[in-house]
Design a protein around this ligand. Structure first.
Ligand SMILES: NC(=O)C1=CN([C@@H]2O[C@H](COP(=O)(O)OP(=O)(O)OC[C@H]3O[C@@H](n4cnc5c(N)ncnc54)[C@H](O)[C@@H]3O)[C@@H](O)[C@H]2O)[C@@H](O)CC1
Ligand SMILES: [K+]
Length: 490
């Protein structure tokens, strides 16, 4: 159930269900009935105004209006555009509505105690403007609950972006499977409480559609998650290396190293420039320390093949020195996580990074940009690609790396096209050092032999779960500490 369907995949699901013998009319009837059921509990008997658009989303609205009226609610219906524009099932459902049909405009909201938003759904094809935009503004100025059908009108179901204007719903009822836009920002924040209704589309249609985007959660990677063996040794659980910055910039590496250890790496070493050794030594206990001065020092530290995964970038400093160190790490034939300054250091020449990644395509490389770092490495993709999943996917395909595009709706994409969207990170996770911990968690999983996409997705989800467990007041140091309880629940 964690598959997410883009709006075009969703209309394919409808079409395949109909081909398989399910009546389109039945799908719409079930959809509208589910909306009515989700609306009945709201507004304590107050009048419901159902706003219908010219497509099948509006058709669902007519069905919901009929069921609400049958249940004894006072219902009024307003339609965008002439009734003669309605086609197919939507026209059929409008004909089964026995009450009057008003013209959609802000005035029809007068007296409403609950609003059903059935103006646009998966078929939104351009920005909302004119009368529809005026109604959206009027709905958002009201304090009554709004139930959105499929998506809040104006939210793009595939990207989560607002096109022109969008309704702010208290509840959204969608069908068969969620869409990316329900989890991506700002769509997610406009949906309110999300409900998923079964409308009779058989699950086997997914075998044909093969959706590539999923909601991130343990189902996606639990089978790959490293499980320590009873007779195992710490050396079986990998040896992660975190490269430290200079003497004034060591904290980020230690945060990452602590996270790698907590998530189960057998051994973790901070590889430190000579001048930073005393600072690191003064703060490390379970994490080990080794000297790695300059490029040769790093190469020497990585010669030990038991050191099987490397993280570089946190507080590394932007410039040629960091770029060259990243190339040393990438040349050492093992999984690499590149974060923060290690990404920005390639802003002048991104292909130089991608070539080094491509030189050994067999091992996983993770890039963990936030939006600004992403823009520096992939300016054209940031400009042109529609929505964050597509941006991350194109970047992964170009770079050959798993891309973790960080944000309130972190997206993980693999070079083979798989995408995971994380939807439950709380706002207080955006705090100093939080990204360093995420990099360390991913590193710790790679060191234990987890595959790149799964390690990235698991790290992102666990990072969010840890933050939810801690709650407000969280600082980055708390995140690794919260892991044991979450790992126990897995
Ligand atoms: N059999 C099906 O296809 C089913 C579809 N369902 C519903 O159907 C919806 C999709 O239906 P449609 O594909 O007809 O699409 P919509 O009903 O979302 O909208 C399409 C209509 O709106 C117009 N339009 C789009 N954007 C506009 C804008 N910005 N300004 C003005 N007009 C605009 C289009 O020209 C078209 O007439 C789903 O969201 C869902 O609610 C459900 O009934 C389940 C079954
Ligand atoms: K809608």
């Amino acid at each position: 159930m964690n598959e997410l369907l883009t709006t075009s995949e969703m209309s394919r699901a409808d079409a395949l269900a109909i081909e398989a013998g399910v009546a389109g009319e039945a799908l719409m009837e079930n959809a509208g009935r589910a909306v009515a059921a989700a609306t009945l509990a709201l507004g304590r008997g107050a009048e419901v105004v159902v706003l219908c658009g010219p497509g099948n989303n509006g058709g669902d609205g007519f069905v919901a209006a009929r069921h609400l009226a049958c249940a004894g609610r006072r219902v009024r219906v307003a339609l965008l555009g002439g009734r003669d524009r309605l086609k197919g099932d939507a026209a059929l459902m409008a004909s089964r509505w026995e009450g009057p049909i008003e013209t959609l405009q802000p005035d029809c909201l007068k007296g409403a105690g609950v609003v059903v938003d059935a103006v646009f759904g998966a078929g939104l094809s351009k920005p909302i403007e004119g009368a529809a935009a005026a109604v959206v503004a009027a709905v958002n100025a009201m304090t009554v609950p709004v139930v959105a059908v499929d998506v809040p009108s104006g939210v793009d179901g595939t990207t989560g972006e607002v096109r022109g204007a969008a309704v702010r719903a208290a509840r959204t009822v969608t069908f068969f499977r969620l869409k990316p836009g329900h989890l991506l920002m700002p769509g997610r924040s406009l949906c309110g409480d999300l409900r998923l209704a079964d409308i009779g589309i058989p699950g086997v249609v997914l075998d044909t559609i093969r959706p590539s985007i999923r909601a991130n959660g343990p189902q996606l990677w639990r089978q790959h998650f490293p499980a320590p063996q009873a007779d195992g040794h710490k050396y079986d659980r990998g040896h992660a290396v975190v490269v430290s910055g200079g003497p004034w910039n060591t904290g980020a590496a230690r945060l990452a190293a602590g996270a790698a250890l907590r998530i189960g790496a057998g051994l973790v070493t901070v590889a430190s420039p000579t001048a930073a050794l005393p600072v690191n030594a003064a703060h490390l206990t379970g994490v080990m320390l080794t000297e790695a001065e300059g490029l040769d020092g790093l190469a020497a530290a990585l010669q030990d093949s038991r050191r099987n995964a490397v993280l570089l970038g946190p507080a590394a400093g932007v410039g040629e020195e960091t770029a060259a160190r990243a190339l040393v790490a990438l040349a050492a034939a093992r999984p690499v996580v590149l974060d923060a300054d290690a990404l920005t250091s390639f802003a002048e020449d991104p292909p130089r990074l991608f070539e080094a990644i491509g030189a050994d395509a067999g091992r996983p490389v993770l890039l963990t940009p936030h939006e600004g770092e992403f823009r520096r490495l992939f300016p054209d993709i940031a400009e042109a690609a529609p929505g964050r999943p597509e941006r991350a996917r194109r970047a992964a395909a170009r770079s050959g790396a798993v891309v973790i595009l960080k944000g309130a709706d972190t997206v993980v994409a693999a070079p083979d096209g798989r995408v995971a969207i994380n939807a439950d990170a709380p706002p207080w996770l955006a705090t100093a050092g939080s990204g360093d911990v995420l990099g360390g968690m991913a590193l710790g999983l790679l060191a234990q032999g987890m595959a790149g996409f799964e390690a990235a997705s698991a790290a992102v989800w666990l990072h969010g779960a840890a933050a939810n467990r801690i709650g407000r007041g969280l600082i980055a140091e708390d995140l690794p500490e919260a892991l044991p309880a979450i790992l126990a629940d897995l």
